[in-house]
Design a protein around this ligand. Structure first.
Ligand code: ADP
Length: 473
């Protein structure tokens, strides 16, 4: 069986968040189980595209509005990712340095989808399944099924994985001029609340949809930024499949990006060495416990709670806790953290920005990883944390419910869970965690437990394969 994943992020081609990690790993694990899985993603100007060689496998053009737009499809030559990676190169439209935040985003993603389908239509053998990821490619199921331009693709099955519903890619109806012709009575398959909603359209037109955790699947039926009734209506073709982690890349015993490698048997000394290295680099006290946060500074992640949480934790004069924050985003949050940095120079360090290598160092160094998320479709950070022996302190929501059990509520608990997205709730959970990790035996047991949990892609890769089989039979 052949499956093509379509996404606007894929690690290491271009990464903004967890979407890239999923698309950059899942196909390799699917191939391990006999599925011919590959990826199509836009050609950006990133270190990956600069450092690798590509061959042109297709040259063509598609119609967008009144224009004929030329494009090429480039394939990476050395199979460096362990699966074919095909990049759609559309000059002046996709070949940019960033993935998101351009004012012509609608044109950008429509162009990508039309180019992809034009290339797909040219293949001698079609894949059995096109697997779309998130709203940026959410028009594909509709375009394949209901436009005369791509009618030849109508029998290919489509799956959409919902990584997040915060952003749905809504477009005003005047943008329908950019789409190929379709019978007007099909408009309802694109529309939600008077606009073209690519995510809603994908859910309506796909053969199956998945969410990135079972917890998120249930949650979306109650809370989905306006799409809850659609998720309820279509729930029979929906499945919650928990994300996995790429254990080749995220593995403390072989990770080249951390100061000292370690395994379960050497976790105590290994984490101590990594913590010392990071704290010295940042001029933090080195002996205390280290609490970390990694992620976008957005309300969804609970990043707006960080300043208050830190103030409350640091209110006590004891200096046995330091905090390391890696992320960027909302300027108000950044400014408030700047103020705290000046106030607590040896207890708080913040790296404002995105740094993949530093994220590995932080997982390896941290004793505790905080995720005060208001919404968390799956969350990968807590999985990486556990793999690196850092104990997660999380708000119970979405995928965090599915992956972290509270130490004080279960004998095989793996972390600390709090219920409300309030600073005081987070602080109570952190204090519970600090009490526990103050005991050397308890912390060792907890780290070992987290490190031995199986979050590999093997199981979810097979769940996706079962789903493909169900919809193609
Ligand atoms: P998201 O909702 O942002 O996709 P996930 O938990 O699914 O959240 O995935 C986040 C991914 O992005 C993880 O691989 C995490 O390590 C990484 N990440 C987030 N922020 C940063 C940052 N500032 N620097 C490096 N890596 C980051």
């Amino acid at each position: 069986m052949k499956v093509i994943h379509v996404s606007v992020e894929c690690f290491p081609v271009a990464k903004v968040g967890g979407l890239a990690d999923v698309v950059g790993a899942l196909p390799r694990y699917q191939r391990k189980f006999g599925i011919s899985s590959e990826v199509v993603c836009p050609y950006y100007i990133t270190p990956f595209t600069k450092e690798h060689d590509f061959e042109v496998i297709f040259e063509g053009a598609f119609r967008q509005g009144g224009d004929q737009i030329p494009f090429t499809v480039l394939k990476e030559k050395s199979d460096v990712l362990g699966f074919p990676i095909n990049l759609v190169h559309i000059p002046n439209i996709l070949d940019r340095e960033k993935v998101y935040c351009y004012p012509d985003e609608a044109e950008q993603w429509i162009a990508f989808q039309l180019a992809f389908l034009t290339w797909l239509r040219s293949l001698a053998k079609y894949p059995e399944v096109v697997h779309c990821h998130d709203h940026h490619v959410g028009l594909i199921p509709f375009l394949m099924k209901w436009t005369s331009e791509f009618r030849s693709l109508a029998l290919i099955k489509s799956v959409i994985t919902v990584h997040n519903t915060q952003s749905q890619g809504c477009l005003n109806w005047d943008k329908s001029a950019l789409l190929p012709e379709f019978e007007r009575w099909k408009s309802g398959l694109l529309d939600w609340d008077g606009v073209i909603n690519p995510l809603a359209s994908a859910i309506k037109c796909c053969d199956a949809f998945t969410t990135v955790s079972p917890g998120y699947f249930s949650e979306l039926q109650q809370r989905a930024n306006g799409l809850e009734s659609l998720f309820r209506l279509e729930s029979l073709k929906g499945f919650g499949i928990l994300n996995g982690i790429d254990e080749h890349y995220w593995n403390p015993s072989s990770d080249p990006l951390i100061f000292k490698n370690y395994s379960r048997s050497s976790v105590t000394s290994g984490k101590k060495a990594n913590k010392k290295s990071l704290c010295e680099k940042e001029s933090l006290y080195t002996m205390p416990h280290l609490l970390a946060y990694i992620g976008r500074f957005v309300e969804e992640k609970g990043a707006d709670l960080l300043p208050e949480i830190i103030e409350e934790l640091f209110a006590s004069p004891s200096n046995n806790l330091c905090v390391y924050i890696l992320g960027s985003g909302n300027e108000v949050i950044e400014d408030r953290l700047e103020v705290l940095l000046a106030k607590y120079p040896k207890r708080l360090a913040v790296f404002f920005g995105y740094d993949e290598g530093l994220a590995h160092e932080v997982y390896a160094a941290a004793d505790l990883l905080l995720m005060p998320s208001k919404v968390e479709p799956c969350g990968l950070n807590q999985l990486y944390a556990m793999k690196y022996g850092a104990i997660p302190v999380v708000r119970g929501t979405g995928g965090l419910w599915d992956t972290v059990t509270d130490v004080d509520r279960s004998i095989d608990g793996s972390g600390f869970v709090f219920r409300d997205s309030q600073p005081s709730d987070a602080v109570n959970a952190i204090r519970r965690a600090l009490n526990t990790i103050g005991n050397a035996d308890k912390v060792k047991t907890l780290r070992n437990r987290g490190m031995s949990l199986d979050f590999s892609w093997d199981k979810p890769a097979n769940e996706y394969i079962d789903l493909y089989r169900q919809i193609t039979n």
